[in-house]
Design a protein around this ligand. Structure first.
Ligand code: GUN
Length: 301
């Protein structure tokens, strides 16, 4: 690839590395005070993608000195047993963060599970108390990791957020909704004008073309095409979609929500995929965990 082609890439791995370094220092400060942050992963069943994601998060914990445990429950675990498991983790003083990996089996009410995690251990930021705090601009809560990671990518590439028109594609609870709430706050690193588009939005291309910052998080493979992007806009691709590809070894490959090859020449800056948003989600999870541990002992640093 010619050098000019890679110049506009936003290197999520490098930026995540900066945050990991900050987190590692925060872990060291807590260790000096006799406190080791602990994160519990709960996986129900053997969803292959979930196994990979939890494995990556465990490895990252190990590197930074965060204690982690992964509790694997059988696919046919009842809702009652899962809620009891979460309640036990809520009561465990060595566990500062709890992450129940989604998706959960269809017989489980995911919202009930996320609502049972103590809001003080909710390092995913999915609990209604943390979502409510985010919406209200109360920075005491936990911000969901992917939206917080997108904000950090923008801040650490000196992208102007204040006054910018941000168009978010997707209204999911994990990314779209909390990201919109994060960026429209009257706050440093925010103050954007946010348009939230979704599957029922009319003339979605027109909205996209007005974006200074376009964030694609709706889970539609390569949805964003070059003619939907204002020249020089910053494009952030949150999508992870597995599509059929007869030429690939296992017959499938992963693509984002952005048609990267077409959009890269138009965009001012753009995240690659992989290597863009994904590493940021893990970095923010670990930062949230260390913050949870610090808050638990009144040593937030
Ligand atoms: N599954 C996919 N992304 C996430 C995430 O951020 N948190 C949890 N708990 N499950 C997920």
């Amino acid at each position: 690839m010619p050098a000019a082609d890679v110049e506009n890439l936003i290197d999520g791995r490098a930026i995540a590395g900066q945050i990991h370094e900050e987190t590692r220092q925060a872990v060291a400060r807590l260790l000096e005070q006799g406190q080791q942050p602990g994160l519990a992963f709960v996986r129900v069943g053997e969803d292959p993608a979930s196994r990979v994601y939890v494995g990556m998060k465990e490895k990252a914990c190990l590197k930074l000195g965060i204690r982690s445990q992964t509790d694997v429950l059988p696919e046919d675990t009842t809702q009652k047993d899962l809620l009891k498991h979460v309640a036990d983790l809520n009561a465990d003083a060595t566990v500062h963060g709890i992450l129940v990996q989604a998706p959960l089996p269809s017989h489980i009410d995911s919202a009930a599970v996320f609502n049972t995690i103590s809001s003080r251990k909710d390092v995913d930021g999915f609990h209604p108390i943390n979502m409510g705090k985010l919406l209200l601009g109360d920075t005491d809560g936990f911000v969901p990791c992917t939206p917080a990671g997108v904000q950090e990518l923008l801040l650490r590439t000196d992208t102007t957020i204040e006054g910018a028109h941000v168009v978010v594609l997707g209204r999911g609870n994990i990314v779209g909704k909390p990201l919109a709430a994060l960026l429209f706050q009257k706050a440093t690193g925010a103050n954007a004008t946010v348009t939230l588009c979704h599957s029922r939005t009319s003339n979605i291309g027109e909205h996209c073309r007005r974006a200074d910052i376009l964030v694609a998080a709706m889970g539609v493979p390569e949805f964003v095409k070059a003619d939907m992007v204002k020249p020089s806009a910053v494009v952030i691709d949150v999508g992870v979609n597995r599509i059929d590809d007869p030429a690939a070894k296992n017959g499938t490959r992963l693509v984002g929500d952005v048609d990267f090859a077409a959009v890269q020449p138009v965009a001012g800056r753009i995240t690659p995929n992989p290597g863009g948003v994904g590493p940021m989600t893990i970095a923010l999870l670990l930062r949230n965990t260390v913050r949870a541990a610090a808050k638990a002992t009144g040593k937030e640093n």
